[in-house]
Ligand binder design. Structure first.
Ligand SMILES: N[C@@H](CCC(=O)N[C@@H](CS)C(=O)NCC(=O)O)C(=O)O
Length: 227
């Protein structure tokens, strides 16, 4: 039976954590159906059948459903060949994926420093120092680390691991696009991440991804949070 994936999120027009998963399906040229359950309460209340999911994104194929974005990416990467080919790279890829998850969590937190669940627009003034701290200290800290990780494979001219694209390259692409979009001044001022900047251009130009970015399936970043 062919795989028939559904992607559950806040909506097809919301970029967020679902985008990591969309990039995998798009790169693979796989069809997927977006299901908008509207509010996370649908997940926490246990209204969904099948294995419990606390918060979106979630993927579903037949009886099988899975949440936690980094785990979904690893699962799809392994299943469809976007995966490192040796054990050391396999676990280093998981390490980078976990660090990417830390980065977006910190990035989101700084826009919601007063109330994690309330809209940014209710805490715009109070969050200014948190955002400043993130852009001044944390963006360079994380991106310098990713620059170093990339440089360790083939001088940083190809992929993070080995000689082919993996799920973690796509995740790295997403956070670089998000960072440039949300913090253009800081992004442009970052002079010490040349490999990451070239990587972002190079991976974005892959035919399926380039077509996706031009399509109406790809929504713009909202501009009021990390992504
Ligand atoms: N660690 C989880 C975080 C999931 C998460 O925070 N989902 C957001 C949307 S991007 C949400 O709806 N959260 C509701 C909640 O946590 O109650 C992941 O990476 O998937």
């Amino acid at each position: 039976m062919p795989d028939n994936w559904e992607l559950y999120y806040w909506g097809p027009n919301v970029v967020g954590r679902a985008e990591f998963i969309r990039l995998i399906f798009e790169e693979l040229g796989m069809k997927y159906k977006e299901i908008n359950k509207g509010v996370p309460a649908v997940f926490t209340s246990g209204q969904l059948e099948g294995y419990p999911t606390r918060a979106p994104p979630m993927i579903k194929n037949g009886e099988f459903q899975l949440s936690q974005m980094p785990v979904i990416c690893m699962y799809l990467g392994k299943k469809y060949g976007l995966y490192p080919d040796n054990e050391a790279d396999e676990y280093h890829a998981m390490q980078v994926m976990a660090t990417i998850s830390d980065y977006i969590t910190e990035g989101r937190l700084c826009f919601h420093g007063v109330n994690w669940q309330a809209s940014y627009f209710t805490q715009q003034e109070e969050t200014k120092p948190y955002i400043k701290h993130f852009t001044t200290n944390r963006i360079p800290n994380f991106l310098n680390h990713f620059e170093t990780a990339l440089s360790r494979n083939d001088g940083g001219k190809g992929y993070l691991f080995g000689t082919k694209l993996t799920y973690v390259d796509l995740a790295l692409l997403h956070i670089l696009r998000a960072t440039e979009s949300q913090f253009p001044e800081e992004w442009n001022a970052l002079g010490n991440i040349p490999l990451l900047k070239a990587f972002k251009v190079r991976i974005s130009e892959r035919p399926n991804l380039a077509a996706y970015f031009k399509s109406d399936r790809c929504s713009p970043f909202e501009g009021n949070s990390m992504m």
